[in-house]
Design a protein around this ligand. Structure first.
Ligand code: SF4
Length: 332
């Protein structure tokens, strides 16, 4: 079997919190991403999902090294990129792009679309002026905009059009991997499907691989092949999307997915309402991070962190229920 396009191993991103306290040797940290590992195959769309603040966006930025991970390794396209120098990383970034959630704040308002699209080509020394113009013409076509848009500024576009510009910019250097960080969350529902369909068409045309970060599970179900569920900086479950929607294993995944509306009104699913608040990532519970809200909590969960393990073929879950331990349901 060929090597995956991306392999993330024990990735952590911790942020120090305030100054050291008197008499305390250890500084408090926010564990935004806390030891996650996964692989993404070429041509795959891999979803990272979870509630706001679960660390999915930080994970996406850390694996691209847009923010420096605290530790862990990232192997991309046959090369370990963890220790690349800034210049080596700049060259590699050609192959790894990001589409941001808010297209307005990610596009320079002082620049025309022409300049926004040409800039990455100039920075990476792609072609002469005429060749760059050909690339820009092609980009503007594939994302469904017109050539008359090239001389306009970002504020002259709708949200959906701005996201198309963001996607065109990400495509300019013909990347292999695009991290799409909540790419449709800021858009009207009517526009969301257009952008999702555009991303799928582009994937087919250019053989792209996506990491699709989202909290909207309906969108994720539509576009992703496999999905990783995150809770408090950790991955709690990874599976192929149909498996995850039909047979989730982790109690958190079950609760999260029970809130997804069923397209078929005859299918009745019981909504699982989680008790308690999401703990602060600065004060993550010991043992299983979900134990303060889990309806299935056991003694072992309070002290031992469950490892992410294969529980069925190609289905990984981090939960002591799948370790052969006896589960005792806690009254909610
Ligand atoms: Fe619940 Fe324990 Fe499983 Fe965590 S390890 S999800 S607390 S049963």
């Amino acid at each position: 079997m060929s090597e995956p396009l991306l392999h993330v191993e024990h990735l952590k991103k911790y942020y120090p919190l305030g100054s050291r306290w008197f008499g305390r040797s250890q500084q408090q940290v926010v564990k935004a991403v806390d030891d996650i590992s996964f692989s993404v195959e070429k041509g795959e769309t891999f979803g990272l999902v979870g509630e706001s603040g679960c660390g999915k966006s930080t994970a996406g930025r850390s694996l691209l090294r847009l923010i420096e991970p605290t530790s862990g390794r990232v192997r991309f396209d046959g090369q370990d990129i963890t220790d690349l120098s800034p210049e080596e990383l700049r060259l590699k970034r050609k192959d790894m792009q990001i589409v941001f959630q808010d297209p307005f704040s990610s596009l320079d308002p002082r620049h025309t679309v022409q300049r926004i699209l040409e800039e990455p080509l100039i920075v990476h020394g792609v072609g002469n002026a005429k060749e760059r113009q050909n690339i820009i013409s092609r980009l503007i076509d594939v994302v469904g905009l017109t050539h008359s848009h090239l001389q306009r500024y970002p504020h002259q576009f709708s949200g959906g059009q701005r996201q198309r510009i963001g996607i065109a910019r990400a495509l300019a250097l013909q990347p292999k991997l695009i991290v799409a960080d909540e790419p449709v969350s800021a858009l009207d529902v009517s526009i969301q499907s257009q952008i999702v369909n555009l991303l799928q068409d582009l994937q087919e045309e250019f053989g792209l691989t996506y990491i699709f970060i989202a909290h909207d599970l309906s969108v994720v179900k539509h576009i992703c092949d496999r999905i990783a569920v995150m809770y408090l900086g950790r991955i709690v479950e990874i599976a192929e999307k149909n498996t995850l929607y039909s047979s989730p294993q982790h109690p958190y995944t079950k609760a999260l997915f029970s809130a997804v509306p069923q397209p078929d009104p005859d299918i009745k699913t019981e909504r699982i309402i989680l008790q308690g608040e999401l703990p602060s990532p600065a004060n993550s519970p010991v043992g299983c991070a979900f134990h303060t809200r889990c309806p299935m909590v056991m003694d072992i969960c309070l002290n031992e962190r469950p490892e992410l393990k294969e529980t069925e073929p190609a289905h990984l879950t981090a939960c002591h229920l799948y370790n052969g331990a006896n589960a005792t349901e806690k009254a909610i």
